[in-house]
Design a binder for this molecule. Structure first.
Ligand SMILES: Nc1ncnc2c1ncn2[C@@H]1O[C@H](COP(=O)(O)OP(=O)(O)OP(=O)(O)O)[C@@H](O)[C@H]1O
Length: 307
């Protein structure tokens, strides 16, 4: 649906986004994660059509953004990092105004649907400057979902929200993702862990990693605990082809078995159990170890994950 090829954006001498490429095909939630200044907002602005790339190509359904600006605009909704709200307007008037600017047909219905989708019905007649930060953020999302776009671009949607408001925002994003592709940017790792099916990690303008969260969670090590550690067991484990390395703590009867990248952890666990049974070591426990996103981030960028 959306494809970026060697997308680049420079601001004078600063290269904010440097030749990044990715494809986003299906509904679901994709997280763009990185430190402050990594280039996330610049990518989001280009995806929204607000900013032109300096070089590279951006297409939606095979159509060049630059050549089909109107169609692209109609297919997406954008929540910028700085909320585009008019504080003195009533929520309903503001949404009607945005619907007019977007040139939506059946404006009233579009506004009603946006209010419903974001659970803002009871605040429709409130003046925006009387709303809490969380509610204002919700109005920002409401203007993005006007006209039911297929693509939602949400730049730091959890910005400035307290934990409860953040939980509401996450529930809202999950609901919206049932009928649209959501791309959200964040510098908060837990946000990606909680919400996203896929993560793009940006580091100093470069795309450091593009991975499905399920693949990242796929275990790559096994923790084995036995009652009577012995040399014979160690030899048996070393002989298994799917094991790339062993870190052992014999006094505790523990072995951390690092698996080769292409190995299947379930099959490996079966073979490890057989190897244990072939010795007198006595199997106590065998469990897959999850690689957390923090580790993945550190490995991809060479720096600690943002707090
Ligand atoms: N309008 C601009 N003019 C000049 N430099 C800019 C401009 N906008 C962004 N930059 C620079 O481009 C780089 C990437 O900025 P960008 O806002 O895209 O990063 P970000 O990952 O979204 O960071 P944050 O989370 O702090 O918003 C930074 O070095 C920033 O200073």
């Amino acid at each position: 649906m959306i494809e970026a090829q060697s997308l680049t954006r420079r601001y004078g001498a600063t290269t904010a986004v440097n030749r990044i490429s990715f494809r986003i095909e299906h509904n679901g939630i994709v997280g763009l994660l990185g430190h402050n200044g990594a280039g996330k907002s610049t990518v989001m602005k280009m995806l929204s059509g607000y900013l032109e790339p300096t070089a590279g190509l951006l297409t939606m359904d095979g159509r060049d953004y630059a050549l089909s600006y109107r169609e692209v605009q109609r297919s997406l909704g954008y929540l910028p990092e700085a909320l585009p709200l008019y504080p003195d307007m009533l929520v309903v008037d503001y949404l009607d105004y945005v619907a007019t600017c977007k040139g939506l047909p059946r404006r009233r219905e579009a506004v009603r649907e946006a209010l419903l989708a974001t659970d803002l019905g009871s605040r429709a007649l409130a003046r925006i400057n009387t709303l809490s930060r969380g509610m204002k953020q919700r109005v920002g999302v409401a203007q993005a979902v006007l006209g039911k776009p297929r693509l939602l671009i949400l730049d730091e949607p959890g910005n400035g929200l307290d934990p409860e408001q953040n939980q509401h925002m996450r529930d809202l994003i999950r609901r919206l993702a049932r009928r649209a592709t959501v791309i959200l940017s964040t510098h908060i790792l837990q946000e990606v862990d909680a919400l996203c099916e896929r993560v793009l990690i940006m580091d100093r303008g470069l795309l450091a990693l593009d991975a499905r969260m399920a693949d990242l969670r796929h275990s790559c090590s096994l923790l084995l605990r036995v009652s009577a550690p012995c040399e014979a067991l160690r030899h048996a484990l070393e002989a298994l082809p799917m094991i790339a390395g062993i870190q052992s703590q014999p006094d505790r009867g523990e072995y951390l078995l690092l698996l080769r990248e292409d190995s299947d952890p379930d099959a490996a666990a079966g073979e490890v159990a057989q190897a244990v049974h072939a010795t007198a070591a006595g199997l106590v426990a065998l469990q897959a170890q999850r690689k957390d996103l923090e580790t993945v981030f550190r490995e991809a960028t060479g720096s600690e994950a943002p707090e």
